[in-house]
Every structure is written in structure tokens, then in C-alpha cells.
Design a protein around this ligand. Structure first.
Ligand code: SF4
Ligand code: SF4
Length: 287
């Protein structure tokens, strides 16, 4: 019989909210949730739905919220939703950085200044120049994202730049390269987070999905550290329910229930993506 490690939920600290569903203005060739214009497999969540989920989560001890999609800035009520949430807890928005108009940045600046809790903006990059980034995200995306990053920095909001580590170089060397490249692009104080590539969603057709061997099957108990993975302290909500983590919102087996209190049980780490998490030690959070 196949055996996979079971990840306990130690404490629910973090809730991911797929506020924009699968709707995005880009359709990146590696998108692990297969988002894009017209992609409505996961609908947007209304302000009322988000408010109810935040209240449910706060009641269970959640301390931090992350807003994702799709592209959150396509949601017509995103600023109000952030305002609701920041009244109780810190929030982070993950964006592709192409829709950061002056009025949106002004609203974010105001929220950041006036809220009791901290607001973080995270912007994704898939390459350190236009050729590399646009190969994933489409022509012109790099220029608009860099402009968005510069405008955020100029407003005093210091974004976190999430860079996908697609090559084989050492992670520390890659990080140095990122810092250098962003400095050359005019960002004076870049904060960087690197992420591995996940073989999910569109990435499975761009390259391939997980191979049989990329699995935690039969991992010896002594090799499994139950404190290492983010799913020991997070869950993700979409309009379709509660999922184990933000990576598996669109994967079979990722949905754990309708209410958060139905999802406190251990999760069997049988997905190929769990292998990537395990070998890289990554977390989707800001840390
Ligand atoms: S990777 Fe991000 S920006 Fe690209 S399609 Fe997916 S959600 Fe949109
Ligand atoms: S994909 Fe990663 S975060 Fe999600 S359940 Fe697997 S190990 Fe946990």
C-alpha cells in the first residue's frame, strides 16, 4: 500500500483568499492555477464573502491574510476589501504589477498610512529582463511591471518582489543577481523573495507535470519534519470552499471542506507539488 506523510495543522495562522478567482489580465505560460482573461472556473469572491471568511478565520486565531487570484486588482472592490481586513489584521496583496495606476497606488498609500495593521504589496517577476519575463507573461508585461514597482517605491510603499527561480544556479547567487538587476532598473531598496517553479496548471503543458519519482511516497518518518511546510499553519479559501494551501486550489484533492473548522485534520502529502515544497523548503508567505 502506498504511504505518504500526513501533515498536521499545528495552528491556523495564515489564510489565503483567492479574491479574484481565476480571472487575470495576463495568461502566463507557467501559471500554476491556469488563470487568464475569461477564466472563470473559480469566480471572484464578493466583499461580503471575504468579510465572512475573515471573521471566521479571526475566530480561529488567524493572524495574517494574503489576497491572490488571478489578479486581485481586477476586483472592483479590492480597496474596500483590504480596508475591511486591515481593521483587524495584516494583509498582503499578490499582483502581477501591470495594473498599478496612480489612483490605485494612492488608495494603497492611504490604506497603509491609516490602517492599524500593515499592508504589503507583492509583485511577481519571472525574469530579470524583458526577454525572460515576457516569454512567460507576454509582450510588454516586464515594462509595465517595472513601472509599477518604481511607482510603488516612489509612493513610499516598498513592494516585495517575488522572483521565480527558473535556472539551476545557487539560490544565494540568484538572489544577488536579482538585487543587482533590480538596482540597475532603478529600484533603490528592493525586497526580494524567490520561489521555485511548480509543475501545476499551465506549466504542465509548457514543460511537463510531475514525474512518478517526484513524490513523497514512502518517505521515512525520520526524514519528515512536520514543522517544515506551510500547510502546517495555513489554509486557502476560494468561492468554491476551503483548500489545503494556495498551491492546490485548483488541483483534485486540494479542497478540504466548506468551513474552516472542517479543515483542521492532517493532509496527506500525495501531490507532486508537495515534493517541490519539501525539497525546496519554500513557503508562499512573505518570509
Ligand atoms: S501567473 Fe499570475 S499574472 Fe500570470 S496568469 Fe497566473 S495569476 Fe495571472
Ligand atoms: S503543495 Fe506544499 S503547501 Fe500545499 S499541501 Fe503540498 S506540501 Fe503543503
Amino acid at each position: 500500500m502506498e504511504r505518504f506523510p500526513a501533515q498536521p495543522l499545528h495552528h491556523l495562522d495564515v489564510l489565503w483568499i483567492q479574491v479574484a478567482g481565476t480571472l487575470c489580465n495576463l495568461s502566463c505560460t507557467h501559471c500554476f492555477v491556469t488563470c487568464g482573461p475569461g477564466e472563470r472556473r473559480h469566480p471572484m469572491m464578493s466583499r461580503g464573502e471575504v468579510r465572512a471568511r475573515v471573521a471566521e478565520a479571526l475566530g480561529m486565531g488567524v493572524r495574517e491574510f494574503y489576497f491572490t487570484g488571478g489578479e486581485p486588482f481586477l476586483h472592483p472592490d479590492l480597496i474596500e476589501i483590504l480596508e475591511d481586513t486591515l481593521a483587524s489584521a495584516p494583509a498582503t496583496v499578490l499582483t502581477n504589477g501591470t495594473l498599478l495606476t496612480a489612483s490605485r497606488i494612492e488608495s494603497l498609500r492611504r490604506l497603509s498610512d491609516e490602517s492599524r495593521s500593515s499592508l504589503e504589496i507583492r509583485v511577481s517577476l519571472d525574469g530579470l529582463d524583458a526577454a525572460a519575463h515576457d516569454a512567460f507573461r507576454g509582450a510588454g508585461a516586464f515594462a509595465r511591471t517595472i513601472e509599477g514597482l518604481r511607482d510603488l517605491e516612489a509612493s513610499g510603499l516598498l513592494p516585495i518582489v517575488t522572483v521565480t527561480h527558473t535556472g539551476d544556479d545557487d539560490p544565494l547567487v540568484f538572489r544577488e543577481r536579482c538585487l543587482h538587476a533590480l538596482g540597475a532598473l532603478g529600484l533603490s531598496r528592493p525586497r526580494i523573495k524567490t520561489l521555485p517553479m511548480f509543475r501545476l496548471g499551465r506549466e504542465t503543458t509548457r514543460t511537463r507535470g510531475y514525474a512518478e519519482i517526484e513524490s513523497l511516497r514512502d518517505l521515512p518518518e525520520s526524514a519528515f519534519d512536520p514543522h517544515r511546510l506551510q500547510c502546517g499553519s495555513c489554509r486557502a479559501v476560494s468561492a468554491k470552499g476551503v483548500h489545503v494551501c494556495p498551491l492546490l486550489v485548483d488541483e483534485p484533492g486540494g479542497r478540504m471542506g466548506e468551513r474552516l473548522d472542517q479543515t483542521l485534520t492532517p493532509f496527506k502529502l500525495s501531490h507532486g507539488a508537495c515534493f517541490t515544497c519539501y525539497v525546496t523548503g519554500m513557503t508562499c508567505g512573505n518570509g
